[in-house]
Unconditional design. Structure first.
Lengths: 120, 428
């Protein structure tokens, strides 16, 4: 299955959107354009639970770590795509900070290990 | 009567592990016929909707919905709105639920006594968009229980009605039924959300109080749900016929065995996002994983995972969704529960979709005889069309752009306008 990037299209929840698209929608649109050349799908989701620091996206897959980014901007799209491909190729999604593109390292908000009550 | 024929669909029927190619004929508010592979249904007089081999499946059913919750950060803040704004917020949440493919919902507690009721009435009258809704009561609790946010000398309106003793509960249940609720919800356990007052494994309600609530509601044909983390809470639910057991986190092996014996009478709704998201994704609101551990939320997550795995193995109907409406599990993100059920509880994707549709439909219908949650002749035409195969990728259901059509009772909430995949292919 292709890798996926989840993008919160509500970000910035507190912003006045009458002026145009949300930050998240703009990031998602750029990712969708970039994704055509990659085996990555973009999921536009309603929230990634990081509202106080808007510009949220996440790498998630069944049985893998969750990596969530915040304070993303449109210029981060190439880095996100690169991280998504690394994540997709890894067996557990447990990317070290050094593997994450340099421009995104200080935008990693959460890394959640896969959680099981018992071995599958 | 409008007749709509869906053609070239891959059908997830609600209980079958595979998608099956076929056609579905909708007449009025119901499914009139389902054409199996190779069968062509008569198209005369029909609007034809060729979905181009997208997935046609039952609409999602949230059996533990809090449409009145305001994405607040504490239980006490959930009702911190004047009633006028609160009605509008609930109306918007109802539309959002339908936008995200939820065609039916069970109100699992309303932040103010009549909010679910008036929104249900407006939805049923066709005046506002939303899932077909059963109206829940506020949370009935005891002094000091979950959602009693008062202090001596400080009254704090919360999402609850505080009662003590069987007589107070009887009177309150009767009042709520008079006002029009479909379901009575009560809290017979604590929760990490009321730390440090009462832990999830504590049960503050006496048997006499639970009996009074249940007898009063059952006598008038109303349904029951309980916030029941503790082992003794789950046992009370079985003893007094509480159909919806919310959380069941600390059910012992013996209790699970007892529940297995009466599994046709109960549904279990863990609302696991209120544990997972709080433990791991709420740091921006000050709830780090360490804080989640201190208040007991992380323990609820870990025990809940173990218990739900056992219940799933025992064939107990464990249902997804629930408790969305807090800041870090806001409205519109409910379908992430499908991912949690696979990751945390070991469900196969088709199993969690069965729970989200066919079992949800049985739960919604109760003893009413209504049919919903499956793609079968005679069932309500509550359908969604998905741009891909959700059995291979459940995350499609988290993206409203992947929901190509949404139909409730035979009427489109969102009309099919082609597949994004097809458009993408055409542009290459």
């Amino acid at each position: 299955m292709a890798g996926r990037i989840f993008v919160c299209v509500t970000c910035d929840r507190a912003a006045n959107l009458q002026a145009g698209q949300s930050l998240g929608s703009r990031i998602a649109a750029k990712l969708e354009s970039a994704a055509i050349a990659h085996d990555i799908s973009i999921r536009r989701v309603e929230c990634l639970n990081g509202c106080p620091k808007p510009g949220n996206a996440a790498l998630r897959d069944l049985g893998k770590c969750v990596i969530r980014f915040h304070r993303l901007e449109e210029k981060d799209v190439a880095g996100l795509m690169e991280a998504a491909e690394l994540y997709d190729r890894s067996c557990d999604g447990n990317l070290s900070l050094s593997q994450i593109p340099a421009g995104l390292r200080d935008k990693v908000s959460t890394i959640i290990p896969p959680i099981y009550a018992e071995p599958r | 009567m409008a007749r709509i024929l869906f053609r070239n669909a891959l059908i997830f029927e609600g209980t079958c592990p595979q998608l099956v190619p076929g056609e579905v004929l909708v007449s009025g508010e119901r499914i009139e016929a389902v054409g199996r592979p190779g069968e062509t249904l008569p198209a005369e007089g029909c609007e034809i909707v060729d979905v181009g081999f997208a997935t046609l499946m039952p609409g999602l059913i949230n059996t533990h919905a809090h449409l009145t919750y305001n994405n607040g950060t504490t239980v006490a803040s959930l009702t911190a709105l004047p009633v006028e704004e609160h009605v509008l917020l609930t109306m918007h949440n109802a539309k959002l639920a339908l936008d995200m493919g939820f065609t039916a919902a069970i109100g699992a507690a309303s932040a103010k006594p009549r909010l679910d009721i008036v929104i249900r009435n407006e939805i049923n009258a066709g005046k506002i968009p939303g899932p077909r809704l059963l109206a829940g009561s506020p949370e009935l609790t005891v002094t000091g229980g979950l959602a009693d946010d008062n202090r001596l000398g400080q009254k704090h309106p919360s999402i609850s009605i505080v009662c003590d003793g069987p007589e107070e509960f009887r009177k309150t249940v009767r009042m709520l039924i008079r006002e029009g609720v479909d379901l009575i919800k009560f809290n017979n356990s604590g929760d990490s959300f009321c730390y440090p007052r009462m832990a999830a494994w504590d049960n503050p309600m006496t048997d006499d109080e639970v009996r009074a609530i249940c007898e009063t509601a059952n006598n008038i044909g109303k349904r029951l749900a309980a916030h029941a983390h503790a082992d003794s809470s789950v046992r009370q639910c079985m003893k007094y016929g509480v159909e919806f057991i919310f959380h069941a986190t600390f059910a012992s092996d013996e209790t699970i065995e007892q529940l297995e014996r009466v599994k046709d009478r109960h549904y279990v709704s863990p609302a696991i996002a209120a544990r997972y998201n709080t433990t791991y994704e709420a740091a921006d609101w000050g709830i780090t994983t360490d804080v989640a551990e201190m208040i007991g939320n992380k323990r609820e997550l870990e025990e809940g995972i173990k218990v739900m795995r056992k219940m799933h193995a025992a064939g107990i109907r464990v249902l997804p969704f629930g408790d969305y409406g807090f800041a870090w599990l806001p409205h519109g993100t409910e379908s992430r529960d499908l991912e949690h059920f696979v990751n945390l509880f070991g469900f196969a994707p088709w199993e969690v979709l069965r729970a989200a549709t066919a079992w949800g439909g049985e739960a919604w219908a109760g003893q009413s005889g209504e049919k919903l949650g499956r793609i079968e002749t005679g069932y309500l035409a509550d359908l969604i069309v998905v741009d891909g195969n959700p059995l291979l990728d459940l995350s499609l259901l988290q993206d409203r752009n992947a929901l190509l059509a949404i139909m409730k009772g035979g009427a489109f909430h969102k009309r099919f306008a082609g597949r994004a995949v097809a458009a993408e292919m055409a542009s290459i």
